[in-house]
Design a protein around this ligand. Structure first.
Ligand code: ADP
Ligand code: ZN
Length: 664
């Protein structure tokens, strides 16, 4: 028999694939997409065959030690997709493949004993039948189906507020695909994978549904993977990584709440599921359907200027009213010792709801690593003159920094806005809010949910269950607490401070604030009681707050996009963040300065600009000092090869380097 050689991708940072010889014993069965055992510097590793060839390209290829799969775990489109990811996201093909497979596959495992499986767990069947669609739903449905029936790739933004009937459209399109023997993937933010939300899909699709979330045991995950691969489950609902499910004859990928930040993976490969889903849709000629009440600027921009089609659902089902949003100007509150947490209006409203035996939710934004300087009298916040990003105070350095461009200034005491001496650091934690709430509303049954009180996996669910059963009157937590839940008895939602989101040191701060306020408001008024939302802020006339108050996405977009254009930020450009970290700050700074200079010379003549260096927002993590530079250019496909080339030539020592493409 002729000799055969395999290109093998390994889950190590080294780029490219490695050639191995295929022993005759495996020659019949081995195929691209199969995993194999190989030896790398005396270590046994799992790799994936990406190609086979009779031609030897290296001197003396080592043999493959073992063949793990008899049928490929990755079919041709998924192999192509992971290869594309490696190029775009600056990682190795093997690392992209590892992100696409259930974790046990990395250890060479494959067969799991099948256990009898039961999804239904005491949740009653909800909503098993299709609703007759409203006219707006019908229009959207028809356009999507037209594209699907043409078997072309297509991109849609389904723009509609919570309760406007987006999920109903997803389910009916999926139903049509099932009739044609085709499959679908539905991505939702991890936090929305609540039993209630899953049950809605389960009651429509029964055992044809596979659910993938982080609470699944690894064995269970592998089992779901097999059910999907065999075509027993043709509908997959899951968080980010479900995007790589081996669905056959894929017709539809849904990304619900497409603006959600959990779609970006924050470890290698640092991919954005939206971007990868678009590529998978292209490769498999499927439709990508992105749903949101507050589309990301990128997606909305694409719907105006690129190939994404926007479908609009202007009102809630049964015309349920939108909650009334009241903005409270904290600058007009009587001065308090320390930070003022409850305005008079919010305190009054909470008491009122409690008296009527209705429930209340209070939201706080999660706190960042560093804080902004903020004037309690006029709302002034120090921002970077170059980037408009809020300056972050780094305690250890005794200075305010722009983490994007490196602009630096000493902290000041006197507010440049009103000349008063009211500058201070802002950001009450959930604990402080809880203390104050206990003092003001001693009779209320209170629960707090944040990362501290919910570190145990089920604690989260338990608190929400209690709240749902009305054993808790007042729930305090971060904005994440109640996604995907319906609480019909909630009549009041309070946002303790919209400003903490507004001043995160990020050019997307206004977008995040608008999203946050809109999502939070969407929690109110879900049942018979009309909802009320109170938002506290020092900047009541900021466009992010005003547009959220008016439920007006277009108004927000039209203001925000002007700033993005002026500064050349996304969606007018793409960014790549490069982080250098090390044990001694002096060394990190020395090398990143050299690196920045080196890069600048090479990239600027090719239309890529460089910002920084600057300390990262989290400038010290786990004992390591972190600085970053940003590249800004028009196309990732052009920037990444330039960066690879430059990195190959730049000699660095004792510092680690990470590359984050399209950082969020
Ligand atoms: P969204 O996903 O935009 O939040 P949903 O699809 O969940 O909206 O719809 C909100 C509520 O309205 C759900 O309870 C759903 O069952 C119901 N619903 C959706 N479409 C219809 C319809 N055409 N007729 C009646 N009820 C509907
Ligand atoms: Zn700056």
């Amino acid at each position: 028999m002729d000799s055969l050689f395999a290109d093998v991708a390994l889950g190590i940072p080294s780029r490219g694939t490695f050639q191995y010889a295929v022993p005759p014993a495996f020659a019949e069965k081995i195929k691209p997409g199969c995993r194999v055992w190989v030896n790398v510097r005396a270590r046994r590793l799992v790799g994936t065959v990406t190609a086979l060839s009779p031609e030897k390209v290296i001197e003396d290829p080592k043999p493959i030690e073992g063949l793990i799969d008899e049928t490929p775990v990755l079919d041709a489109p998924l192999l192509a997709l992971t290869r594309w990811m490696a190029e775009y996201y600056f990682c190795s093909w093997g690392q992209a493949i590892e992100a696409a497979l259930p974790a046990p596959f990395k250890k060479g495992k494959f067969l799991m004993k099948s256990r009898a499986k039961k999804i239904a767990n005491g949740v009653e069947s909800v909503d098993p039948l299709n609703h007759p669609l409203t006219a707006d739903q019908e229009n959207a449905f028809r356009e999507i189906m037209e594209k699907i029936n043409k078997k072309e790739a297509g991109f849609f933004l389904l723009h509609g507020i919570t309760g406007s009937g987006k999920t109903e459209i997803y389910m009916q399109v999926i139903g049509e695909l099932l009739k044609a023997g085709r499959g679908s993937i539905v991505l939702v933010p991890e936090i929305s994978l609540t039993p209630q939300a899953v049950e809605r899909f389960h009651s429509r699709f029964g055992d044809g549904l596979a659910v993938i979330h982080s609470r699944l045991s690894q064995g269970h995950r592998v089992e779901e993977w097999h059910r999907i691969k065999k075509g027993e489950a043709r509908v997959v609902v899951g968080a980010r990584s479900a995007l790589f499910s081996p669905v056959q004859r894929l017709g539809l990928i849904v990304i619900d709440e497409e603006h959600d930040t959990s779609y970006k993976q924050e470890e290698t490969p640092r991919y954005q599921a939206r971007t990868v889903a678009a590529e998978r849709a292209r490769l498999e000629r499927a439709v990508l359907l992105m749903g949101s009440a507050t589309p990301s600027l990128e997606t909305y921009f694409a719907s105006l200027h690129k190939d994404t089609r926007r479908l609009f659902l202007p009102e809630r089902i049964q015309k349920r009213p939108l909650p009334v949003v009241q903005v409270v100007d904290m600058r007009r509150e009587p001065a308090a010792k320390g930070e003022k947490i409850f305005s008079r209006a919010l305190e009054e409203a909470v008491k009122n709801s409690l008296k009527k035996k209705e429930q209340v939710m209070l939201f706080l934004n999660r706190r960042g690593f560093s804080t902004h300087l903020h004037c309690a009298s006029c709302g002034y916040v120090m921002t970077c003159p170059n980037c408009r990003v809020s300056l972050a105070y780094h305690f250890d350095k005794g200075a305010l920094y722009c983490h994007a461009c490196g602009y630096r200034t000493p902290p000041i005491r006197l507010c440049p806005g009103c000349q008063k001496n009211y500058l201070h650091y802002f950001g009450a934690g959930t604990q402080k809010v809880e203390e104050e709430a206990r003092r003001l509303f001693p009779e209320a049954r209170l629960a707090r949910m944040d990362t501290d009180s919910t570190s145990r996996k089920d604690a989260h669910e338990t608190i929400l269950k209690k709240f749902k059963k009305r054993e808790v009157d007042l729930l305090i937590g971060t904005q994440m607490i109640a996604k995907g839940h319906d609480f019909p008895n909630v009549s009041l939602i309070g946002v303790i401070s919209a400003d903490t989101a507004l001043h995160i040191p990020d050019f997307r701060a206004a977008e995040r604030t608008f999203n946050l306020l809109t999502q939070v408001a969407g929690r109110a008024g879900r049942g018979a009681i009309p909802g009320k939302v109170i938002v506290q802020t020092h900047l009541p006339s900021h466009y992010a707050i005003e547009s959220a108050k008016d439920h007006d996405y277009e108004k927000f977009y039209s203001k925000e996009i002007i700033f993005r254009k002026e500064l050349g930020m996304p969606p007018y450009s793409h960014l790549i963040q490069i982080v250098m970290s090390g044990g001694t700050e002096k060394e990190v700074v020395r090398q990143i300065l050299l690196f920045a200079k080196f890069l600048k010379e090479r990239l600027e003549k090719r239309g890529v600009s460089l910002m920084g260096p600057a300390p990262c927002v989290a400038s010290k993590l786990a004992g390591r000092f972190r600085w970053n530079v940003y590249l800004k250019g028009n196309s990732i496909e052009e920037m990444v090869p330039l960066l690879r080339e430059s990195l190959g030539e730049f000699k660095r020592t004792q510092v680690a380097l990470t590359v984050n493409v399209d950082p969020q």
